[in-house]
Ligand binder design. Structure first.
Ligand SMILES: Nc1ncnc2c1ncn2[C@@H]1O[C@H](COP(=O)(O)OP(=O)(O)OP(=O)(O)O)[C@@H](O)[C@H]1O
Ligand SMILES: [Mg+2]
Length: 270
């Protein structure tokens, strides 16, 4: 009779162990082609997990599935113990999951600051009569969004470019703007698709340091990246995939030395 008193309750144990996001046996077919095949992975809360693999392995497709822009052919996606498989991207963002795009597409003629503000529009001002009924509230929300955008630009080191059109940004600065755009949604889970691709070494250090800082704030991060130096420095665990399938999982050095992973890279994914 007393045993139950010394045991933590089952829900407590389950909550502590719940992954921030989890893919369960995800498969995606495109016109008869299987691009992701029975992929499972778990991102623990507070972890930075690397997702590596040769070009065409299916990494971005995994992000599209996790973020909700593609529906899986089969399999499930869970966020903090809640199944989200059928949910649209906006609903996943509401649950704290946000992703960057491999190729950022900012509004080139808008300022850097405006690019952040257009993303922050699920506010009162969008509702038809809100402008008439609650002008004060709308103004307060606009002010809050503006302050938040400035703070985020400071965080990603783009403050001095806030009023420049996005077209003047370098490739690396566009990656930082893409990260800033995502941070406007206050995500708890951030999916980063090649944040360092094409970025010069100085800016690469900034991006790496910012990703580490977000993680230190408690954000869980899934990182797609070809730069193994970056992966080794940021991630204690890596998942490797090729041809849509899981190849290996473990510490970066062990995964990089795995014969199946080496073979996949040498064979160009085959
Ligand atoms: N919408 C689509 N329709 C058909 N095939 C697609 C579609 N999207 C991706 N693919 C194919 O799926 C495969 C995986 O693509 P994906 O973009 O997920 O790879 P990746 O691992 O992100 O590659 P990279 O490292 O080059 O970014 C590729 O063969 C690609 O051509
Ligand atoms: Mg990709």
């Amino acid at each position: 009779m007393t045993a139950g008193l010394t045991q933590p309750t089952a829900p407590f144990v389950a909550a502590a162990a719940l992954p921030a996001i989890e893919a369960r046996h995800l498969t995606k077919h495109f016109d008869g082609l299987t691009v992701v095949s029975d992929m499972s992975l778990q991102l623990a809360r507070g972890e930075i997990l690397g997702l590596i693999g040769p070009n065409g392995a299916g990494k971005t497709t995994m992000f599209n599935l996790l973020a909700g822009s593609l529906k899986p052919s089969s399999g499930e996606i869970w966020v903090e113990g809640r199944e989200v498989s059928g949910q649209a991207p906006e609903q996943r963002i509401a649950h704290g999951v946000a992703r960057t795009f491999q190729i950022p597409r900012p509004f080139l003629e808008m300022s850097v600051l405006e690019n952040l503000l257009v993303g922050a529009q699920k506010q009162t001002g969008e509702r038809l009569f809100a402008n008439f009924l609650a002008a004060g509230l709308v103004r307060r929300e606009e002010k809050a969004a503006l302050e938040k955008a400035h703070a985020i630009l400071e965080f990603v080191t783009l403050s001095r470019l806030a009023h420049e059109p996005a077209r003047v940004l370098s490739g690396g600065q566009r990656k930082l703007l893409e990260l800033a755009r995502v941070l406007m949604a206050d995500p708890q889970v951030i999916l980063l698709d090649e944040p360092a691709a094409g970025v010069n070494p100085a800016l690469l250090e900034v991006i790496m340091e910012r990703v580490a800082a977000l993680n230190a704030e408690g954000k869980s991060i899934l990182l797609i990246e070809h730069n193994m130096d970056m992966v080794s420095r940021l991630c204690s665990r890596v998942v490797a995939m090729a041809l849509g399938k899981l190849l290996a999982e473990g510490a970066p050095a062990d995964v990089a030395a795995d014969p199946a992973v080496i073979e996949a890279y040498l064979g160009g994914g085959a």
